[in-house]
Design a protein around this ligand. Structure first.
Ligand SMILES: Nc1ncnc2c1ncn2[C@@H]1O[C@H](COP(=O)(O)OP(=O)(O)OP(=O)(O)O)[C@@H](O)[C@H]1O
Ligand SMILES: CC(=O)N[C@H]1[C@@H]2OC[C@@H](O2)[C@@H](O)[C@@H]1O[C@H](C)C(=O)O
Length: 383
Protein backbone atom coordinates (compact mmCIF):
# COMPACT_ATOMS: atom_id res chain seq x y z
CA UNK A 1 0.00 0.00 0.00
CA UNK A 2 1.19 3.54 -0.68
CA UNK A 3 2.71 4.57 2.70
CA UNK A 4 0.65 7.78 2.81
CA UNK A 5 -2.56 5.84 2.29
CA UNK A 6 -1.39 3.39 4.97
CA UNK A 7 -0.86 6.37 7.31
CA UNK A 8 -4.36 7.64 6.52
CA UNK A 9 -5.76 4.17 7.23
CA UNK A 10 -3.97 4.02 10.60
CA UNK A 11 -5.33 7.47 11.54
CA UNK A 12 -8.80 6.32 10.55
CA UNK A 13 -8.60 3.21 12.76
CA UNK A 14 -7.05 4.95 15.78
CA UNK A 15 -9.18 5.46 18.93
CA UNK A 16 -8.07 9.11 19.22
CA UNK A 17 -7.05 11.73 16.67
CA UNK A 18 -5.27 15.05 17.21
CA UNK A 19 -6.52 17.56 14.65
CA UNK A 20 -5.62 21.19 14.08
CA UNK A 21 -8.72 23.12 12.96
CA UNK A 22 -8.32 26.36 11.01
CA UNK A 23 -10.96 29.01 10.38
CA UNK A 24 -10.55 32.32 8.61
CA UNK A 25 -13.93 33.93 8.47
CA UNK A 26 -15.65 36.68 6.57
CA UNK A 27 -14.38 39.38 8.98
CA UNK A 28 -10.87 38.86 7.50
CA UNK A 29 -9.32 39.55 10.90
CA UNK A 30 -6.95 36.59 10.79
CA UNK A 31 -6.65 32.85 11.22
CA UNK A 32 -8.20 31.02 14.19
CA UNK A 33 -6.35 27.81 15.10
CA UNK A 34 -7.46 25.13 17.58
CA UNK A 35 -5.60 21.90 18.35
CA UNK A 36 -8.17 19.35 19.43
CA UNK A 37 -7.88 15.75 20.62
CA UNK A 38 -10.93 13.72 19.59
CA UNK A 39 -11.99 10.34 20.88
CA UNK A 40 -14.71 8.53 18.93
CA UNK A 41 -17.01 10.12 16.39
CA UNK A 42 -20.65 11.05 15.83
CA UNK A 43 -22.70 11.31 19.02
CA UNK A 44 -19.94 9.43 20.86
CA UNK A 45 -17.40 12.18 20.15
CA UNK A 46 -15.52 13.53 23.12
CA UNK A 47 -12.98 16.30 22.70
CA UNK A 48 -10.29 18.21 24.51
CA UNK A 49 -9.01 21.56 23.27
CA UNK A 50 -5.25 21.32 23.77
CA UNK A 51 -4.42 24.83 22.52
CA UNK A 52 -6.02 27.66 20.57
CA UNK A 53 -4.90 30.99 19.20
CA UNK A 54 -5.75 33.65 16.61
CA UNK A 55 -3.05 35.03 14.34
CA UNK A 56 -3.86 38.37 12.69
CA UNK A 57 -3.36 38.79 8.96
CA UNK A 58 -0.80 41.40 7.83
CA UNK A 59 -2.60 44.61 6.74
CA UNK A 60 -1.47 44.43 3.07
CA UNK A 61 -2.59 40.80 2.91
CA UNK A 62 -6.06 41.75 4.18
CA UNK A 63 -6.27 44.41 1.47
CA UNK A 64 -5.28 41.89 -1.19
CA UNK A 65 -8.07 39.51 -0.06
CA UNK A 66 -10.53 42.40 0.14
CA UNK A 67 -9.79 43.20 -3.54
CA UNK A 68 -11.39 39.90 -4.62
CA UNK A 69 -13.65 39.16 -1.64
CA UNK A 70 -17.35 38.98 -2.56
CA UNK A 71 -16.73 41.20 -5.61
CA UNK A 72 -18.53 40.82 -8.94
CA UNK A 73 -15.52 41.98 -10.95
CA UNK A 74 -12.00 41.11 -9.90
CA UNK A 75 -8.43 40.94 -11.18
CA UNK A 76 -8.35 37.23 -12.01
CA UNK A 77 -4.56 36.77 -11.71
CA UNK A 78 -4.78 38.11 -8.14
CA UNK A 79 -7.35 35.45 -7.29
CA UNK A 80 -5.17 32.69 -8.68
CA UNK A 81 -2.09 33.94 -6.81
CA UNK A 82 -4.06 34.32 -3.57
CA UNK A 83 -5.15 30.69 -3.74
CA UNK A 84 -1.49 29.72 -3.34
CA UNK A 85 -0.51 32.65 -1.09
CA UNK A 86 -3.25 32.01 1.47
CA UNK A 87 -2.32 28.31 1.63
CA UNK A 88 1.32 29.25 2.13
CA UNK A 89 0.60 31.93 4.73
CA UNK A 90 -1.63 29.52 6.65
CA UNK A 91 1.17 26.90 6.55
CA UNK A 92 3.68 29.36 7.99
CA UNK A 93 1.23 30.49 10.70
CA UNK A 94 0.64 26.81 11.58
CA UNK A 95 4.36 26.13 11.97
CA UNK A 96 4.77 29.32 14.03
CA UNK A 97 1.87 28.48 16.33
CA UNK A 98 2.89 24.83 16.80
CA UNK A 99 6.38 26.01 17.79
CA UNK A 100 4.89 28.51 20.26
CA UNK A 101 2.83 25.68 21.82
CA UNK A 102 5.86 23.36 21.93
CA UNK A 103 4.04 20.85 19.69
CA UNK A 104 5.94 18.94 17.00
CA UNK A 105 4.27 18.51 13.59
CA UNK A 106 4.52 14.72 14.05
CA UNK A 107 2.08 14.98 16.99
CA UNK A 108 -0.68 16.32 14.70
CA UNK A 109 -2.62 13.65 12.79
CA UNK A 110 -4.34 16.06 10.42
CA UNK A 111 -5.14 19.68 9.65
CA UNK A 112 -8.72 20.76 8.91
CA UNK A 113 -8.56 23.89 6.79
CA UNK A 114 -11.69 25.89 6.02
CA UNK A 115 -9.86 28.23 3.61
CA UNK A 116 -10.94 31.77 2.86
CA UNK A 117 -14.42 32.20 1.43
CA UNK A 118 -14.19 34.65 -1.48
CA UNK A 119 -17.63 34.04 -3.01
CA UNK A 120 -20.81 32.47 -1.70
CA UNK A 121 -23.60 32.16 -4.22
CA UNK A 122 -26.69 30.27 -3.11
CA UNK A 123 -29.14 30.31 -6.02
CA UNK A 124 -32.57 31.79 -5.35
CA UNK A 125 -33.80 31.58 -8.97
CA UNK A 126 -33.91 27.80 -9.23
CA UNK A 127 -31.96 28.09 -12.50
CA UNK A 128 -28.36 27.71 -11.33
CA UNK A 129 -26.61 25.29 -9.00
CA UNK A 130 -25.67 26.71 -5.60
CA UNK A 131 -21.98 27.53 -5.46
CA UNK A 132 -19.40 28.64 -2.93
CA UNK A 133 -15.65 29.19 -3.24
CA UNK A 134 -12.98 28.90 -0.56
CA UNK A 135 -9.34 29.50 -1.50
CA UNK A 136 -5.99 28.79 0.17
CA UNK A 137 -5.26 25.41 -1.35
CA UNK A 138 -4.85 22.53 1.10
CA UNK A 139 -2.06 20.97 -0.98
CA UNK A 140 0.21 23.89 -0.12
CA UNK A 141 -0.52 23.39 3.57
CA UNK A 142 0.15 19.62 3.38
CA UNK A 143 3.34 20.16 1.39
CA UNK A 144 4.81 22.84 3.66
CA UNK A 145 3.83 21.33 7.02
CA UNK A 146 4.17 17.63 6.15
CA UNK A 147 0.77 17.08 7.82
CA UNK A 148 -2.21 15.43 6.08
CA UNK A 149 -4.62 18.28 5.30
CA UNK A 150 -8.37 18.22 4.77
CA UNK A 151 -9.92 21.22 3.05
CA UNK A 152 -12.84 22.28 0.83
CA UNK A 153 -15.48 21.06 3.28
CA UNK A 154 -18.32 22.95 1.63
CA UNK A 155 -18.18 21.46 -1.88
CA UNK A 156 -19.59 18.03 -1.06
CA UNK A 157 -22.51 19.63 0.80
CA UNK A 158 -23.31 21.70 -2.30
CA UNK A 159 -22.96 18.65 -4.53
CA UNK A 160 -25.48 16.84 -2.29
CA UNK A 161 -28.04 19.64 -2.69
CA UNK A 162 -27.14 21.90 0.27
CA UNK A 163 -25.96 25.51 0.04
CA UNK A 164 -22.52 24.66 1.48
CA UNK A 165 -23.38 26.60 4.66
CA UNK A 166 -23.94 26.64 7.50
CA UNK A 167 -22.04 23.46 8.42
CA UNK A 168 -21.81 24.22 12.13
CA UNK A 169 -24.75 21.95 13.00
CA UNK A 170 -22.75 18.72 12.78
CA UNK A 171 -20.40 19.78 15.56
CA UNK A 172 -23.15 21.60 17.43
CA UNK A 173 -25.24 18.42 17.50
CA UNK A 174 -22.44 16.00 18.36
CA UNK A 175 -20.87 18.16 21.05
CA UNK A 176 -23.72 20.17 22.58
CA UNK A 177 -27.07 18.41 22.15
CA UNK A 178 -28.58 17.91 25.63
CA UNK A 179 -31.79 15.95 26.26
CA UNK A 180 -34.17 18.08 28.33
CA UNK A 181 -32.90 21.50 27.17
CA UNK A 182 -33.74 23.35 23.96
CA UNK A 183 -30.41 24.84 22.93
CA UNK A 184 -29.75 27.46 20.28
CA UNK A 185 -26.11 27.87 19.31
CA UNK A 186 -25.76 31.29 17.75
CA UNK A 187 -22.52 32.39 16.08
CA UNK A 188 -22.16 36.08 15.33
CA UNK A 189 -19.18 36.33 12.98
CA UNK A 190 -19.31 38.38 9.79
CA UNK A 191 -22.64 36.68 9.14
CA UNK A 192 -25.01 35.37 11.83
CA UNK A 193 -26.05 31.72 11.95
CA UNK A 194 -27.65 29.38 14.47
CA UNK A 195 -28.29 25.72 15.16
CA UNK A 196 -31.45 24.81 17.12
CA UNK A 197 -31.06 21.56 19.05
CA UNK A 198 -34.44 20.36 20.38
CA UNK A 199 -34.70 19.05 23.94
CA UNK A 200 -35.94 15.74 22.48
CA UNK A 201 -32.50 15.09 20.98
CA UNK A 202 -34.22 14.06 17.72
CA UNK A 203 -31.88 14.87 14.79
CA UNK A 204 -34.92 15.36 12.52
CA UNK A 205 -35.90 18.39 14.63
CA UNK A 206 -32.56 20.18 14.27
CA UNK A 207 -32.79 23.53 12.50
CA UNK A 208 -29.87 25.45 11.06
CA UNK A 209 -29.69 28.65 9.07
CA UNK A 210 -27.85 31.89 8.49
CA UNK A 211 -29.80 34.83 9.91
CA UNK A 212 -28.32 37.74 7.90
CA UNK A 213 -25.57 40.14 8.93
CA UNK A 214 -23.44 39.44 11.98
CA UNK A 215 -20.71 42.05 12.25
CA UNK A 216 -20.13 42.54 8.54
CA UNK A 217 -22.20 45.73 8.06
CA UNK A 218 -21.12 47.28 11.36
CA UNK A 219 -17.45 46.56 10.53
CA UNK A 220 -17.81 47.99 7.00
CA UNK A 221 -19.36 51.23 8.29
CA UNK A 222 -16.81 51.61 11.09
CA UNK A 223 -13.94 50.99 8.63
CA UNK A 224 -15.32 53.51 6.14
CA UNK A 225 -16.29 56.36 8.49
CA UNK A 226 -14.14 55.88 11.60
CA UNK A 227 -11.05 54.18 10.17
CA UNK A 228 -11.28 51.47 12.84
CA UNK A 229 -11.52 47.68 12.42
CA UNK A 230 -14.66 47.34 14.55
CA UNK A 231 -16.93 49.11 17.03
CA UNK A 232 -15.14 48.18 20.24
CA UNK A 233 -17.69 47.53 23.00
CA UNK A 234 -20.46 48.96 20.77
CA UNK A 235 -19.37 52.48 21.85
CA UNK A 236 -20.11 54.10 18.48
CA UNK A 237 -23.55 52.45 18.28
CA UNK A 238 -24.34 53.79 21.76
CA UNK A 239 -23.39 57.32 20.66
CA UNK A 240 -25.82 57.28 17.69
CA UNK A 241 -29.59 57.15 17.14
CA UNK A 242 -31.42 54.36 15.33
CA UNK A 243 -33.00 55.56 12.06
CA UNK A 244 -36.40 53.85 11.97
CA UNK A 245 -36.89 54.41 8.21
CA UNK A 246 -33.60 52.83 7.18
CA UNK A 247 -34.11 49.98 9.67
CA UNK A 248 -37.57 49.22 8.22
CA UNK A 249 -36.16 49.27 4.68
CA UNK A 250 -33.38 46.85 5.65
CA UNK A 251 -35.78 44.52 7.46
CA UNK A 252 -37.93 44.30 4.31
CA UNK A 253 -35.11 42.96 2.09
CA UNK A 254 -35.96 39.89 0.01
CA UNK A 255 -33.51 37.68 2.00
CA UNK A 256 -35.89 37.84 4.96
CA UNK A 257 -38.78 36.58 2.83
CA UNK A 258 -36.83 33.57 1.49
CA UNK A 259 -37.69 30.25 3.10
CA UNK A 260 -35.45 28.55 5.69
CA UNK A 261 -32.82 27.16 5.75
CA UNK A 262 -30.79 29.76 3.88
CA UNK A 263 -27.26 31.08 3.74
CA UNK A 264 -25.77 34.40 2.74
CA UNK A 265 -22.64 36.53 2.78
CA UNK A 266 -21.23 40.01 2.25
CA UNK A 267 -22.03 39.59 -1.47
CA UNK A 268 -25.59 40.45 -0.37
CA UNK A 269 -25.16 42.24 2.96
CA UNK A 270 -22.92 45.22 2.20
CA UNK A 271 -23.15 49.01 2.52
CA UNK A 272 -24.67 49.37 -0.98
CA UNK A 273 -27.95 48.43 0.74
CA UNK A 274 -28.09 51.80 2.52
CA UNK A 275 -29.22 54.61 0.19
CA UNK A 276 -30.37 57.42 2.52
CA UNK A 277 -27.81 59.84 3.91
CA UNK A 278 -27.33 59.58 7.65
CA UNK A 279 -24.64 60.53 10.19
CA UNK A 280 -21.92 57.87 10.63
CA UNK A 281 -22.76 57.23 14.30
CA UNK A 282 -26.49 56.91 13.51
CA UNK A 283 -25.60 54.49 10.71
CA UNK A 284 -23.61 52.27 13.11
CA UNK A 285 -26.46 52.42 15.68
CA UNK A 286 -28.97 51.44 12.96
CA UNK A 287 -26.83 48.59 11.59
CA UNK A 288 -26.24 47.24 15.11
CA UNK A 289 -29.99 47.20 15.75
CA UNK A 290 -30.52 45.62 12.31
CA UNK A 291 -28.10 42.82 13.23
CA UNK A 292 -29.95 42.10 16.49
CA UNK A 293 -33.43 42.36 14.93
CA UNK A 294 -32.59 40.12 11.97
CA UNK A 295 -31.21 37.42 14.31
CA UNK A 296 -34.34 37.68 16.47
CA UNK A 297 -36.61 37.52 13.41
CA UNK A 298 -34.96 34.31 12.16
CA UNK A 299 -35.25 32.65 15.57
CA UNK A 300 -38.86 33.72 16.12
CA UNK A 301 -39.91 32.58 12.64
CA UNK A 302 -37.98 29.33 12.32
CA UNK A 303 -37.87 27.89 15.87
CA UNK A 304 -41.17 26.40 17.15
CA UNK A 305 -43.03 29.03 19.16
CA UNK A 306 -43.88 28.83 22.85
CA UNK A 307 -40.80 26.90 23.95
CA UNK A 308 -38.18 27.69 26.58
CA UNK A 309 -34.53 27.55 25.71
CA UNK A 310 -31.08 29.05 26.01
CA UNK A 311 -29.12 30.87 23.32
CA UNK A 312 -25.36 30.22 23.58
CA UNK A 313 -23.56 32.96 21.63
CA UNK A 314 -20.10 32.60 20.09
CA UNK A 315 -18.13 34.65 17.54
CA UNK A 316 -16.86 38.21 17.82
CA UNK A 317 -20.39 39.61 18.03
CA UNK A 318 -20.71 38.05 21.50
CA UNK A 319 -18.17 40.71 22.58
CA UNK A 320 -20.47 43.52 21.43
CA UNK A 321 -22.59 44.35 24.52
CA UNK A 322 -25.11 46.35 22.47
CA UNK A 323 -25.97 43.33 20.30
CA UNK A 324 -26.07 41.03 23.34
CA UNK A 325 -28.36 43.35 25.33
CA UNK A 326 -30.75 43.77 22.41
CA UNK A 327 -30.92 40.00 21.84
CA UNK A 328 -31.74 39.40 25.50
CA UNK A 329 -34.51 41.97 25.13
CA UNK A 330 -35.94 40.77 21.81
CA UNK A 331 -35.87 37.00 22.41
CA UNK A 332 -38.03 34.80 24.63
CA UNK A 333 -34.89 32.81 25.59
CA UNK A 334 -32.05 33.12 28.07
CA UNK A 335 -29.01 34.56 26.26
CA UNK A 336 -25.41 33.81 27.36
CA UNK A 337 -21.94 33.21 25.88
CA UNK A 338 -20.90 29.78 24.55
CA UNK A 339 -18.19 29.68 27.24
CA UNK A 340 -20.95 28.35 29.55
CA UNK A 341 -20.75 25.13 27.52
CA UNK A 342 -17.00 24.95 28.09
CA UNK A 343 -16.37 26.18 24.56
CA UNK A 344 -14.28 29.36 24.41
CA UNK A 345 -16.03 31.59 21.92
CA UNK A 346 -12.98 32.43 19.73
CA UNK A 347 -12.11 28.74 19.29
CA UNK A 348 -15.54 27.43 18.37
CA UNK A 349 -15.50 27.50 14.56
CA UNK A 350 -11.94 26.13 14.33
CA UNK A 351 -13.02 23.26 16.64
CA UNK A 352 -16.08 22.61 14.47
CA UNK A 353 -13.98 22.22 11.32
CA UNK A 354 -11.54 19.96 13.20
CA UNK A 355 -14.61 17.88 14.08
CA UNK A 356 -15.64 17.67 10.41
CA UNK A 357 -12.16 16.32 9.63
CA UNK A 358 -12.57 13.82 12.49
CA UNK A 359 -15.86 12.65 10.95
CA UNK A 360 -14.23 12.36 7.52
CA UNK A 361 -11.31 10.36 8.89
CA UNK A 362 -13.18 8.23 11.41
CA UNK A 363 -14.61 4.86 10.69
CA UNK A 364 -18.04 6.53 10.56
CA UNK A 365 -21.02 5.35 8.52
CA UNK A 366 -21.69 9.03 7.71
CA UNK A 367 -25.24 8.47 6.57
CA UNK A 368 -27.23 10.60 8.97
CA UNK A 369 -29.26 13.57 7.82
CA UNK A 370 -29.66 16.44 10.24
CA UNK A 371 -32.93 18.34 9.85
CA UNK A 372 -33.03 19.88 6.39
CA UNK A 373 -29.33 19.43 5.78
CA UNK A 374 -27.62 16.73 3.74
CA UNK A 375 -24.98 14.90 5.75
CA UNK A 376 -22.29 15.32 3.13
CA UNK A 377 -19.50 17.52 4.44
CA UNK A 378 -16.39 15.50 3.66
CA UNK A 379 -13.27 17.43 2.88
CA UNK A 380 -10.70 17.02 0.12
CA UNK A 381 -7.72 15.08 1.48
CA UNK A 382 -4.20 16.29 0.62
CA UNK A 383 -1.64 13.62 1.48
N1 LIG B 1 -14.75 43.89 21.82
C1 LIG B 1 -15.55 43.87 20.74
N2 LIG B 1 -16.54 44.78 20.61
C2 LIG B 1 -17.35 44.79 19.54
N3 LIG B 1 -17.23 43.92 18.51
C3 LIG B 1 -16.27 42.99 18.58
C4 LIG B 1 -15.37 42.90 19.69
N4 LIG B 1 -14.51 41.87 19.46
C5 LIG B 1 -14.85 41.33 18.26
N5 LIG B 1 -15.90 42.00 17.72
C6 LIG B 1 -16.55 41.79 16.42
O1 LIG B 1 -16.29 40.46 15.98
C7 LIG B 1 -15.70 40.48 14.66
C8 LIG B 1 -14.86 39.24 14.48
O2 LIG B 1 -15.70 38.15 14.64
P1 LIG B 1 -15.29 36.66 14.25
O3 LIG B 1 -13.83 36.51 14.49
O4 LIG B 1 -16.24 35.76 14.93
O5 LIG B 1 -15.58 36.71 12.72
P2 LIG B 1 -15.29 35.65 11.57
O6 LIG B 1 -14.79 34.37 12.17
O7 LIG B 1 -14.49 36.33 10.56
O8 LIG B 1 -16.74 35.47 10.99
P3 LIG B 1 -17.58 34.32 10.24
O9 LIG B 1 -18.13 33.47 11.36
O10 LIG B 1 -18.63 35.08 9.55
O11 LIG B 1 -16.74 33.57 9.33
C9 LIG B 1 -14.95 41.78 14.62
O12 LIG B 1 -14.72 42.19 13.29
C10 LIG B 1 -15.93 42.69 15.38
O13 LIG B 1 -16.97 43.14 14.55
C1 LIG C 1 -19.76 30.45 2.93
C2 LIG C 1 -19.21 30.74 4.28
O1 LIG C 1 -18.01 30.79 4.46
N1 LIG C 1 -20.10 30.89 5.25
C3 LIG C 1 -19.73 31.10 6.64
C4 LIG C 1 -20.00 32.55 7.04
O2 LIG C 1 -19.69 32.74 8.41
C5 LIG C 1 -20.90 32.53 9.16
C6 LIG C 1 -21.89 32.10 8.13
O3 LIG C 1 -21.39 32.78 6.98
C7 LIG C 1 -21.84 30.56 7.90
O4 LIG C 1 -22.78 30.27 6.89
C8 LIG C 1 -20.48 30.08 7.45
O5 LIG C 1 -19.62 29.61 8.44
C9 LIG C 1 -19.97 28.75 9.49
C10 LIG C 1 -18.73 28.34 10.22
C11 LIG C 1 -20.76 27.50 9.08
O6 LIG C 1 -20.63 27.00 7.98
O7 LIG C 1 -21.46 27.00 9.95
Amino acid sequence: MNPRIEQLYQISKAPTRTILGLMSGTSLDGLDLALVRFTGFGLDTSYEILHYDTRPYPADFKESIRSVFAKENIHFPTLSTLNAQIGRLHASLILEVLASWGVDASEVDAIASHGQTVMHRPDRTGKLPHSTLQIGDGDHIAQLTGIITLSDFRQKHVAAGGEGAPLAMFGDYFLFSEKGENRILLNIGGIGNFTYLPASGDPAGILVTDTGPGNTLIDAAVRRYFNKAYDDGGAIALSGKIDAGILAELMSLSFFKDSFPKSTGPEYFNLDLVHASISPADLVATLTEFTAQSIALAMKTYIPSGIDGTVYVSGGGSKNPVIMARLANLLPFRVCESDELGMPSPAKEAVLFALLANETLADSPGAERLGDSPWENFGKISL
